[in-house]
Design a protein around this ligand. Structure first.
Ligand SMILES: [Zn+2]
Length: 431
């Protein structure tokens, strides 16, 4: 049974165009008005199925009943448990609807809730991606120098866009970099993302970024930090792509800092100026360590001079001296990844009978910064719920798209809400 369908706003009736009664009991989503959509051959409809799960809930691969396209359906459960979590989800939804970039996952649709009184979870539809960079790195499949270059290029290209919109991702890690069968990469999971804080006196949480990819200033308790925390994570991932193993894999945050200083050497006093007093005196009291960045050449045969040169500018202790996304993209190491991406993978350039027509700006910035003023006056869960409900409805105005909703009669939906799958069914990139 389809999990998703389109909804009649007036009568709240599900309709599943092009499907028989039997198949309509299988889809999770549905569409409302049968005349709106061309019929979809039931032979072409693949069954809805789970493709991943985690702390956030379950992601399913489902069919959009409006066009038969396979999409990903993510459930965000228990959204309105408290003010902090509901504001965080509201921010994430607003971001997913704001993004317009090939290397950043965005919301194709938000399913319409039936009634505000029963509005407890949110269902988001995004593009369907086959795998993620973590699964690729731990797989036995070969990763060529071309793979590393085109993946790194797309990570930096997406991150340049996010940073230009004034957004810090704060959880860049291989599992949050989705990849499709054509090696197109999209940054996902904005649960920890926020707008850059310009006021250095305002405290920012340090409870961000998975430990292995956490920048030294976060490990040392900096109360203010910038987009360079994301660049540190990219440096760790770049080294992981080259070496096929996690660069700094420690058990605790203190050990994590030890591993970092083993490679980078003891930082200068100036390089630890954002650290909290305790962390700073701890690290400066330790026996002096020499820089051993030359060890990066031993990561793999792909760790060429150019690769290590760029990597050394990402793995810099002092966040003010760490390279920016825009500067990293200008590094000569990125040239081949850029060429490959825009020659055959991107959607921004076109192949015409006269040859490939390249876009003027290969790595565009966001035309607007993301404005988070909408969350400033939110003081209650009820208020967030009301605004989010209105936001989802107003998104459809002028879009000329049939609203979608959950098909509650679907057997797949019942298992979707009941349990997490034990095994992920993500298709390997290289199958
Ligand atoms: Zn292009």
């Amino acid at each position: 049974m389809a999990v998703v369908g389109a909804r009649s706003n007036r009568h709240n009736i599900m309709a599943f165009p092009g499907m028989t009664a039997a198949t309509s009991q299988q889809a999770i989503i549905a569409a409302t008005q049968t005349f709106y959509h061309p019929p979809i051959s039931t032979q072409d409809i693949q069954p809805d199925r789970p493709i991943g799960y985690g702390a956030f809930g379950v992601v399913w691969s489902v069919t959009d009943p409006r066009d038969g396209r396979r999409v990903a359906l993510k459930k965000m459960p228990n959204v309105f448990q408290n003010l902090v979590s509901s504001k965080r989800v509201y921010r994430e939804i607003k971001m997913l609807c704001f993004f317009k970039h090939e290397n950043v996952l965005s919301a194709l649709d938000i399913l319409q809730p039936h009634n505000i009184d029963f509005f407890q979870e949110i269902y988001v539809i995004t593009e369907l991606m086959q795998t993620d960079l973590h699964k690729i790195i731990v797989s036995p499949q070969p990763l060529t120098a071309d793979h590393v270059k085109v993946f790194l290029y797309q990570i930096l290209r997406g991150l340049k866009y996010l940073h230009s919109a004034n957004i810090l991702h704060r959880d860049i890690k291989p599992g949050n970099l989705l990849v499709n069968s054509n090696c197109v990469l999209k940054i996902c999971d904005f649960g920890l993302a926020r707008v850059q804080e310009l006021d250095e006196n305002k405290h920012m949480t340090q409870e961000v970024v998975t430990q292995y990819y956490r920048a030294p200033e976060l490990l040392m308790g900096a109360s203010h930090y910038s987009s360079s925390v994301d660049i540190w994570s990219v440096g760790c991932i770049f080294a992981e792509l080259l070496g096929r193993r996690i660069l700094f894999q420690a058990q605790t945050p203190i050990q994590q800092l030890e591993l970092i200083t083993d490679l980078l050497g003891t930082p200068s006093e100036d390089d630890t100026k954002t650290a909290c007093h305790g962390a700073r005196s701890h690290i400066l009291r330790r026996p002096h360590k020499a820089n051993s960045m030359a060890a990066l050449y031993t990561l793999s045969s792909q760790a060429t001079h150019e690769a290590v040169h760029l990597l050394c500018q990402m793995l810099v202790f002092n966040p003010d001296k760490r390279i920016s996304c825009a500067d990293a993209l200008s590094h000569p190491y990125m040239d081949e990844g850029r060429l490959r991406y825009h020659s055959c993978m991107c959607r921004c350039c076109q192949t015409t009978p006269a040859g490939r027509q390249y876009i003027a700006d290969f790595e565009p910035v966001s035309p607007h910064v993301f404005d988070d003023c909408f969350e400033k006056d939110l003081t209650s869960v009820h208020q967030v719920k009301d605004r989010l409900y209105q936001f989802i409805f107003e998104r459809y105005k002028g879009l000329y798209r049939m609203p979608l909703c959950i098909n509650p009669h679907s057997a797949a939906f019942k298992s979707f809400t009941r349990e997490f799958p034990q095994n992920s069914h993500i298709i390997s990139l290289y199958k």
